[in-house]
Design a protein around this ligand. Structure first.
Ligand code: ARG
Ligand code: ASP
Length: 726
């Protein structure tokens, strides 16, 4: 009796805990939402019908969500094809249009009429028209084409899958519908296949962007951090031909009349309000085994953290010494710290929540279930994965060390050597004409490499430090061939070796390059050039490691497919979400703060008060534009302030997002836009392996701040009038 009661209570506790633990987990496929998660979403407060979100036979919210470029998300917010995304997603376009006279990165940009909107060749916006389960079709094609697939790799091959997608759609259909693209992607490691029929618009124009002091406020210091005060948004417009179809850029094109656009709520959010996000998350590793968790932790992330620490420390020292270096290296430093910080966060979560154990428990559960059913194949698959991870560990370590430490960290490892090699053979053949042509190209190559943001002094210092550490951690016989010279000629002293490279190589300086091109042009000068030898030897080593590692790929992929098949067989095909793969997903949860540490409690909402607290006119990351300060002083917030008079900036939610979700619409229970997703907290990036209910938060710019900046700061009332504010 007591036993029973105890069991019963702990049963309830377990049930409640697991509900609250996992309620917000998942990046769900829209066409399965009704069966999978819709009831839970209703219970959490959703006020919509499932077909309001996804309706294969009519328009629904999903028709307002677009993939922006190849790695971000955007949302349509007017009947005239206006699109919102992040500032960091529009950054490349804004930068392309920036000059010293019109520095849109610095000052912002606002088109007051359609004629002022700026085209962006290469930028696309993609709508998902249809999602179909094509698992049976793909299986039958794989069977049909088995003879051509001797390596057994078609089942994951994008080029194969897209060829059979085109076959299914019919070339005639694709030809008649310019801009329509079909794609089949594998899900659950190749256990299911879905086909996407998309419409790709290639005339996308820049409409507006705040200055970086708003759109990138806090820059790298605040990146992956909460509390956050960044107005990370920009505005674009989709153009189409007069029938509303995709067309290449033309001045004749007109703004797209979309099927659907989001209306916007100015009512704001409260702790525990329902929130949902649709978008195109890039990569997750939900089905990692325990061994892969440790591989990621101890090899990939540890190497990245360790080598970038060395690189960034030297870089920062030089940046702080000299403002010119600071300008040169700020983008490189930012790129480096972005994934450095997320690797730290990932490892923190792996340890804090013991992901290896969580995944191990999942494996054990499968093994016990399989044993009951008398199946051995899953145990075999797990054995294979364990063995391969073990067998490839040394190669993987070397590969990561070479990538982080040398190929990426040493800038002169990327000198453009191709034209130099061609030039050497022209010299050998005594081909004067070819020589003249190639020497111009070589000089151009050189200045593309040694551009305004390249500083040889910084490269020397960073490289010496990285090469030394690489040599310390990788046994001599496993280093690239060219490293031999460091031992034989320089007693293993990387700094002296690097100095020598810069002194003697034609790539060492513009002077060296000119001296060679104008002077003693013997082929040996190139053939024996030590920096060219270094760069080529590093590339050869990278290729060799890649090749050695590739041997493991096929058996590994097969074992993973089997393992995930087992999980789906055990729990049911609808129980789990498939790993992110840049396809359209929905995640839902609540507006909520979090507790990063004992006794520390973060609110879910930030305000302009926090911008003023962070203001530092001597630090480019925290400069506040004068106009914003003036609006703040006058409390001139228009209709966008909170009931207590403060002006909102950003908020956090428990939604499950990852890279690629940047720019995604965040919607309330009625499907109205309440914010634009742009980041996560660093404590939450481990959610790529396992959702972290207590730590993981999406970081979202509050739509009221976006509207305030457009309306009050930029005075672009034309855009406000175009949108549907509620
Ligand atoms: N952390 C965000 C992401 O992963 C934003 C990156 C852009 N911002 C930056 N300061 N680097 O993409
Ligand atoms: N900042 C990321 C992006 O650009 C979003 C994230 O990683 O949460 O997609």
């Amino acid at each position: 009796m007591i036993m029973y009661k105890k069991k019963f209570i702990s049963g309830i506790v377990l049930f409640v805990v697991s509900l609250s633990l996992f309620a917000d987990e998942g990046m769900w496929m829209l066409h399965l939402l009704k069966q999978q998660k819709y009831p839970e979403m209703k219970a959490l407060g959703l006020k919509l019908q499932d077909y309001d979100i996804y309706n294969p036979n009519g328009s629904s919210l999903k028709d307002a969500v677009v993939q922006f470029g190849n790695g971000c998300t955007g949302e349509v917010v007017s009947s005239q094809g206006l699109v919102l995304t992040n500032h960091h997603c529009g950054y490349g376009s804004i930068q392309n249009h920036s000059t010293l006279e019109h520095n849109y990165l610095e000052d912002g940009f606002w088109a007051l009429t359609p004629a002022q909107e700026l085209p962006n060749p290469g930028l696309t916006v993609t709508f998902i028209d249809k999602i179909d389960d094509v698992t049976d079709y793909v299986k039958s094609c794989l069977k049909r084409d088995a003879a051509k697939d001797s390596l057994g790799v078609f089942y994951l091959s994008p080029s194969y899958l897209n060829a059979i997608a085109r076959e299914k759609a019919g070339e005639a259909f694709l030809k008649e519908n310019y801009g329509t693209v079909v794609e089949i992607k594998p899900f659950y490691d190749g256990n299911q296949y879905f086909m996407f029929t998309k419409k790709v618009y290639a005339d996308v124009r820049l409409v507006g962007a705040p200055p970086s002091s708003i759109g990138k406020f806090g820059a790298d210091t605040d990146n992956w951090m909460w509390p956050r005060h960044t107005g990370d948004f920009s505005v674009f417009r989709i153009y189409a031909d007069k029938n509303g179809n995709p067309a290449p850029y033309s001045p004749e094109n007109i703004p797209l009349k979309p099927k659907r656009w989001l209306s916007i709520s100015t009512k704001g959010v409260q702790q525990n309000d329902f929130a949902m996000i649709m978008g195109f998350p890039g990569t997750t590793n939900q089905y990692f085994t325990s061994w892969e968790v440790l591989e990621k932790r101890n090899i990939d992330n540890d190497v990245r953290i360790h080598m970038r620490e060395i690189r960034q420390k030297v870089m920062l020292e030089e940046m702080l010494k000299d403002p010119a270096v600071k300008i040169q290296y700020s983008a490189k430093y930012a790129g480096s710290t972005n994934s450095y910080k997320s690797a730290i966060g990932a490892n923190w979560a792996i340890d804090k929540r013991d992901f290896a154990l969580t995944k191990q428990q999942q494996q054990d559960r499968l093994l016990a279930w399989a044993k009951k059913n008398g199946t051995k194949e899953y145990a075999q698959a797990l054995n294979d994965i364990e063995m391969i991870v073990e067998q490839r560990s040394d190669l993987r370590f070397r590969d990561r060390m070479l990538y982080e430490g040398i190929s990426r960290g040493v800038e002169f490892a990327s000198i453009p050597t191709r034209n130099a090699d061609l030039l050497a053979s022209a010299l050998q053949k005594n081909d004067q004409q070819e020589f003249e042509k190639l020497s111009t190209e070589l000089l151009n190559d050189f200045y593309r490499f040694a551009n305004k943001d390249y500083n040889p002094m910084v490269d020397k210092k960073v490289s010496s430090a990285l090469i030394s550490e690489y040599m310390r951690l990788i046994p001599r016989e496993k280093q690239p061939e060219a490293f031999d010279e460091i031992y034989t000629r320089f007693d293993g002293d990387a700094a002296r070796y690097v100095d020598y490279l810069f002194e003697t190589s034609i790539f060492g300086s513009g002077q060296n390059m000119k001296k060679f091109l104008e002077g003693n042009r013997i082929p040996e000068a190139i053939l024996n050039d030590p920096m060219i030898r270094f760069a080529e030897s590093v590339k050869a080593e990278a290729a060799s490691l890649k090749q050695q590692l590739a041997v493991f790929d096929r058996p590994f992929d097969k074992a993973r497919q089997k393992y995930v098949q087992g999980i789906l067989a055990m729990d049911g095909a609808l129980a789990h979400f498939p790993d992110a793969n840049l396809t359209l997903r929905l995640t839902y949860g609540k507006v909520k703060g979090y507790r990063p540490r004992d006794a520390v409690n973060y609110d879910p909402q930030t305000t302009v008060d926090g911008i003023m607290e962070k203001e530092d006119s001597t630090n480019w990351e925290f400069v506040v534009p004068e106009k914003l300060k003036e609006l703040y002083r006058k409390k001139d917030f228009g209709r966008y302030a909170m009931p207590d008079g403060r002006m909102p900036v950003a908020f956090t939610a428990t939604t499950h997002t990852t890279g690629g979700n940047s720019g995604s619409p965040v919607m309330n229970a009625k499907g109205e836009l309440i914010g634009i997703n742009f980041d996560r907290n660093w404590e939450g990036v481990g959610g790529d392996i396992q959702y972290l209910p207590d730590y993981q938060r999406s970081i979202i710019v509050d739509i009221r701040y976006v509207l305030f900046v457009i309306d009050k700061f930029a005075g672009a009332k034309n855009l406000i009038r175009e949108m549907e504010l509620r």
